[in-house]
Design a protein around this ligand. Structure first.
Ligand code: TMP
Length: 385
């Protein structure tokens, strides 16, 4: 494993705390790359109970994500007639509610965060089992029948024990179950240069080659690959059981054939991180030095990475706006920058807003048409709008 990126000591990206509240602390953030299978992973694993027992991230209710759910549902429905859906890492149940409204039934989920499972039940009427998904889960007693579709969105890259996860998939599936795993695609991440997607929750940066190596000794194989243009580029990996008798789609070989991920790509992103941080510091320190006010928009995990790398405090970034109530009036981890409600942008009219939620750029800039200041957009390269 070759070290390719080093972020130094970083706070846990979703550890939003109030003044004086105990924080989980800091941990080294370093990416290692395996030239044989092209998988990149973090050098250490933070214990999942620390990261996920109480979780501040709620599934986005943005139009961008709602549209994505519609497309995803269509793509899954085109692949299978089965409508019984089980979601691993179902978060607050927003996604399952959407899928249920589109015709999937019954739907049920699993998530390790107690606060999210409660919201799933009370707000969206979704049954969510509160536990980590693994081979140890006794599925037949927990959820009864084996589902037609198993969905895992943005959860696979959070998993340390992949082999155990895949054995868990084997336990929960029939030979005709369709397993759908959506993850950020390393190829896209490297192309966009979105280094802010590296944080302690993202243990691995997936390539299809790595996935083939992982599945080699399992009951599954890659069946179909679909790329979507959200979060800077993600892929949906559809897995089928080896006994399904259904031939894999041509997309699998097409994606693998053109997949290029090397040590150089990762080191280029490390270089890009350093130049972007310098550029952002130049812009923000320059503006605040002349008495201008700067805020940030979207207290995403990516914002924690970016603001900490730039070493900004509330002297530079007066506040970060966010719609998530669990983050409000808490500080961005590792900083004294407060998270405030979305309306602050229009009320306060700062001179600049750093768009830390850059993955919703179009939607947010359209929505915030009453903002008179300028946007600083950090990706794909730092630019001002
Ligand atoms: P994500 O990129 O991981 O989905 O996180 C995006 C964050 O930005 C999340 O905390 C919600 C927040 N957000 C807003 O505050 N306003 C918005 O309009 C959108 C789309 C997201």
């Amino acid at each position: 494993m070759i070290p390719v990126m080093d972020f130094g000591l970083q706070p846990l990206a979703n550890d939003f705390c109030k003044e004086g509240e105990e924080r989980a602390g800091y941990a080294p953030l370093k990416v290692l790359f395996c030239p044989r299978c092209t998988l990149a992973q973090l050098s250490i694993v933070v214990r999942p109970e620390i990261l996920y027992s109480r979780y501040a991230y709620f599934t986005s209710t943005s139009q961008t994500i709602q549209n994505h759910f519609d497309t995803l549902a269509q793509d899954i429905m085109a692949e299978t007639e089965g409508r019984e859906l089980f979601e691993i890492g179902c978060n607050d149940g927003r996604g399952l509610r959407h899928f249920k409204d589109l015709g999937f039934a019954p739907v049920y989920g699993m998530d390790p965060a107690q606060n999210l499972c409660e919201v799933a039940k009370t707000r969206y009427g979704i049954d969510a089992i509160c536990c980590f998904f693994s081979e140890k889960v006794q599925f037949p007693t927990l959820i009864g029948l084996k589902p037609d579709v198993v969905l895992a969105r943005h959860v696979f890259c959070h998993v340390d024990n992949w082999a155990g996860f895949v054995r868990g998939l084997e336990n929960v599936s029939r030979s005709d179950t369709l397993v759908c795993i959506e993850v950020p695609y390393a190829v896209d991440q490297l192309q966009t240069g979105s280094f802010d997607q590296c944080y302690h929750e993202h243990l691995s940066y997936l390539t299809l080659r790595a996935m083939v190596a992982l599945l080699k000794d399992s009951q599954f194989h890659l069946h179909r690959i679909i790329r979507y243009n959200i979060h800077g580029g993600v892929i949906l990996m559809m897995l089928r059981h080896n006994l399904s008798g259904i031939a894999p789609d041509a997309s699998v070989q097409e994606f693998i054939a053109k997949e290029q991920v090397t040590e150089t790509h990762w080191k280029d992103m490390d270089w890009k991180m350093r130049t972007s941080v310098t550029e952002l510091q130049r812009l923000v320190f320059g503006a605040t030095g002349c008495g201008k006010r700067v805020c940030a928009y979207g207290a995403s995990a990516k914002a924690t990475v970016l603001l900490n790398l730039c070493r900004f405090t509330k002297k530079q970034i007066a506040f970060v706006t966010d719609t998530t109530t669990t983050k409000l009036y808490r500080n961005v981890p590792g900083t004294d920058i407060p998270v405030v409600d979305e309306g602050a942008l229009i009320r306060e009219q700062p001179d600049y807003a750093l768009l830390t939620a850059w993955n919703y750029e179009k939607e947010i800039i359209t929505k915030e048409k009453w903002f008179n200041g300028k946007w600083i957009v950090p990706m794909p390269t730092v630019h001002v709008i």
